[in-house]
Design a protein around this ligand. Structure first.
Ligand code: PAF
Length: 281
């Protein structure tokens, strides 16, 4: 396994791989790798000749008061994990390498970037789509792997790839969870013991509400949202940022009678850590 820090070197390698008719699978990450990332790497390993994992905590997707500096960066551990799971290249550029002092170009997916998380994290998705575009241009992947845990991100990247004709197939991968249901996330490392315990309740509430819907005990989107909000409010220390039910394909909000395909999306503060989750209903 090779670790590459420079863009021209990575581009030279991917050009060579394509000339040799090798397929490339990219797993874009911000590091602090966990079981969710491993599942993406394993899928990429199965489907491609060559697997590239990018590790880059992307400054442009963090707001001025967000956790860019606090974001975990266990680089050596990440590298060991990549080696263990058969990654061929780790692409780990510095912020300076990715964003020249004169950087002026950004990629935006309109509308979808301003709702849900985008309403509370101005500029976040512009940062994501810009860095993902750069990573696609640098690594030229045939396939790129994204977790459904960041469902809005996945939809936005899929839309960008369709709208702008990127020659890459986006592979959505299921959310991996802890035993108590908490979705794996690098930010879980920031939770204290008590915060971690209460975080597990979020998914259990989503599962309960899904069951109530299928038993026809809660049918309208508004009632489901209210039920979830009330249950979260009963957990001391959790603060809701949003709970919405959206069309799973368009992310249009559903109000009133629920129809398929629909997904509940939620963002909750647990102490100083913001957690997101979602479930198809
Ligand atoms: O999901 C993430 O870890 C990041 O948003 C991504 C896609 C690697 C872009 O920085």
């Amino acid at each position: 396994m090779k670790i590459i820090h420079k863009i021209p070197e990575m581009q030279k390698i991917t050009k060579k791989l394509h000339s040799a008719n090798k397929t490339i699978g990219l797993v874009p990450t911000m590091g602090a790798l966990h079981g969710g990332h491993i599942s993406l790497i394993q899928r990429a390993r199965k489907e491609n000749d060559c697997v590239i994992v990018s590790i880059f905590v992307n400054p442009t997707q963090f707001g001025p008061n967000e956790d860019y500096l606090r974001y975990p960066r266990p680089f050596n551990k990440d590298v060991r994990m990549c080696k263990k799971y058969g990654v061929n290249y780790v692409f780990a550029p510095t912020p300076k390498e990715m964003y020249d002092i004169n950087h002026l170009s950004y990629v935006t997916v309109e509308k979808l970037s301003n709702i849900l998380c985008g309403e509370f994290r101005q500029g976040h998705f512009r940062g994501v789509t810009t860095v993902v575009t750069k990573l696609f241009n640098i690594t030229q992947p045939d396939r790129a792997y994204f977790g459904e845990k960041d469902y809005q991100q996945l939809m936005i990247i899929q839309k960008m790839v369709n709208d702008l004709n990127f020659p890459v197939k986006i592979i959505p991968c299921p959310t991996i969870r802890e035993n108590d249901g908490l979705a794996l996330s690098s930010r879980n490392l920031c939770l204290s013991k008590n915060e971690r315990i209460r975080a597990g309740k979020i998914y259990r509430i989503l599962l309960r509400v899904k069951k109530l819907f299928h038993e026809k005990k809660l049918l309208s989107a508004d009632k489901i949202v209210n039920y979830i909000k009330n249950e979260i409010r009963r957990v001391p220390g959790l603060r809701i940022q949003y709970v919405k039910i959206c069309n799973s394909k368009t992310l249009d909000e559903i109000k009133g009678k629920l129809y398929s395909p629909a997904r509940i999306l939620i963002a909750v503060w647990d102490g100083k850590t913001r957690l997101i989750d979602n479930i198809e209903i």
